[in-house]
Ligand binder design. Structure first.
Ligand SMILES: Nc1ncnc2c1ncn2[C@@H]1O[C@H](COP(=O)(O)OP(=O)(O)OP(=O)(O)O)[C@@H](O)[C@H]1O
Ligand SMILES: [Mg+2]
Length: 234
């Protein structure tokens, strides 16, 4: 579904993503892990067209999408929920959700997607008139994902959804991501919570200094010696 090859990207003179190759197959949940500054967000932004690729290829559904405009990429069903939520704090929960449904392909499915969202996040349904800025951190993160679902994704990309959440909410967040996958949405998950993210992933990639240093089955990676030492303190 998503195929990245020989990708190089960065900012100004600095190359952050270096000769990177990875793929996500339809129906998979793939986790991408790495420490702060490894280049995870830069990779996601390059896939979504927010950062321009210097060279290399990004293919989605068999079509080359490298350096298309972000709205053209969203229109194809590749939807990214950014790090740090980026909600409209003064708008209501419902208005934020409606903003998510702006891609043309999402409009006819708006009602069905709203139902889907309220099923996944029953808490949000009771708060549709409340302004987004008054929600708790956990609820705001849920709303950010819900807004992504309103865009009718084929591939949903989540950038550190558990950041800042309590252990209980983190657990709920990961359960919800699993449900989203079970409903047929392919998921690319970026996380610093290595244990959770790889434990539930079909496959995983470990990013260090903008390069893939390890990849394999999610659970298999968790028993890899380098990963255990460097990421799990074992
Ligand atoms: N807009 C920018 N301009 C210049 N350099 C940037 C910019 N954004 C990120 N960087 C640099 O690129 C490198 C990779 O950052 P990136 O945000 O992609 O890492 P990350 O793996 O997502 O980290 P985190 O886990 O903290 O979110 C870092 O050295 C960072 O300082
Ligand atoms: Mg990041």
């Amino acid at each position: 579904m998503l195929n990245v090859n020989g990708l190089n990207a960065g900012y100004g003179d600095i190359l952050v993503v270096r000769d990177l190759a990875m793929e996500v197959r339809e129906g998979e949940l793939v986790s991408l892990v790495g420490v702060n500054g490894a280049g995870k967000t830069t990779l996601l932004k390059t896939i979504s067209g927010l950062v321009k690729a210097r060279s290399g290829i990004v293919e989605f559904m068999g079509e080359r999408i490298t350096n298309l405009e972000p709205h053209q990429i969203v229109a194809r069903g590749l939807v990214q929920v950014p790090e740090g939520r980026k909600l409209f704090p003064r708008l209501s929960v419902l208005e934020n959700l409606e903003m998510g449904a702006y891609p043309r392909a999402a409009k006819p499915n708006k009602k069905a997607n709203l139902e889907k969202v309220f099923h996944l996040f029953p808490d949000l349904k009771t708060k549709i008139r409340q302004s987004a800025g008054t929600l708790s951190g956990g609820q705001q993160q849920m709303l950010a994902i819900a807004r992504g679902i309103m865009a009718n994704p084929r591939l949903l990309i989540l950038d550190e959804p558990s950041i800042g959440l309590s252990p209980l909410l983190t657990q709920i967040m990961f359960d919800t991501i699993r449900q989203i996958k079970e409903q047929g949405v392919t998921v690319l998950l970026v996380e610093q919570n290595v244990h959770h993210a790889l434990g539930m992933a079909d496959r995983g990639y470990v990013l260090e200094q903008g390069q893939v240093v390890l990849h394999g089955g999610g659970r298999a990676l968790l028993s890899n010696e380098h990963l255990k030492k460097a990421y799990l303190g074992m």
